[in-house]
Design a protein around this ligand. Sequence first.
Ligand SMILES: NC(=O)c1ccc[n+]([C@@H]2O[C@H](COP(=O)([O-])OP(=O)(O)OC[C@H]3O[C@@H](n4cnc5c(N)ncnc54)[C@H](OP(=O)(O)O)[C@@H]3O)[C@@H](O)[C@H]2O)c1
Length: 222
Amino acid sequence: MARRVLVTGASRGIGLAILQRYEQAGYEVLAPARAEVDLASPPSIRGYLDRLGDLPVDALVNNAAENHVRTLQDLTLEEWQRMQAINLTAAFLLIQRLGPRMANRGWGRIVNISSCYSLVARTGRAGYTASKAGLNGLTMAAALELAHGKVLVNAVCPGFVDTELTRQNNSPEQIEALCGQVPLGRIAAPEEIAEMVFFLGSEMNTYATGQTFTVDGGFVIQ
Ligand SMILES: NC(=O)c1ccc[n+]([C@@H]2O[C@H](COP(=O)([O-])OP(=O)(O)OC[C@H]3O[C@@H](n4cnc5c(N)ncnc54)[C@H](OP(=O)(O)O)[C@@H]3O)[C@@H](O)[C@H]2O)c1
């Protein structure tokens, strides 16, 4: 029987490329739209999980996120809390419910989509960087707690990727400038991130757990 993966935020960008990569490998993909689950809302997440019931989910990719670029002075509490809710708390709630069930079945893969801005920061990224650094921490703790059930939990830190999120937060001139800051000289295609996510979140990965893997063209090593 085909394995089943749940991918959040798969309507576009990196999430859509991840969905397509799993489909290509024959996985059944659950990709709830925002109308089915609002990841900013714990009650909405719990309601969605309740509706899933006992349906086996073999792999989970926590991909959905928001990024409000504001200086510390301008960042509102609501924006801060919204980023923590979508980028970190939603991943916690999904792992808390689905992780132990994977462990009970003796196999599971969880991949959290973090960011190069969990490892380094940039002006205006306080809320986003805090949420993604938290996600790296959650990755390690969950990997330890779920290892007994052969559930491998990892994070992927993309660098600059050609998506709406990137275009929304950077002008075309800024994107050009970003390319100049990347040792490989360009930003990534979403499919290049999806390939690493699929490796970690499938049968291909047999021994890596609790790690954060950076896929950024060399940006953070400078
Ligand atoms: N793009 C980059 O350069 C880059 C770099 C580093 C890390 N990342 C990370 O990679 C992941 C994907 O980024 P992306 O650029 O592909 O993002 P994107 O194009 O902005 O897409 C975000 C996805 O998340 C969903 N989403 C956001 N808030 C939601 C909510 N409250 N409830 C349900 N769904 C929600 C969106 O759904 P709707 O369609 O309903 O809006 C959409 O499917 C994120 O975790 C991001 O932090 C991206």
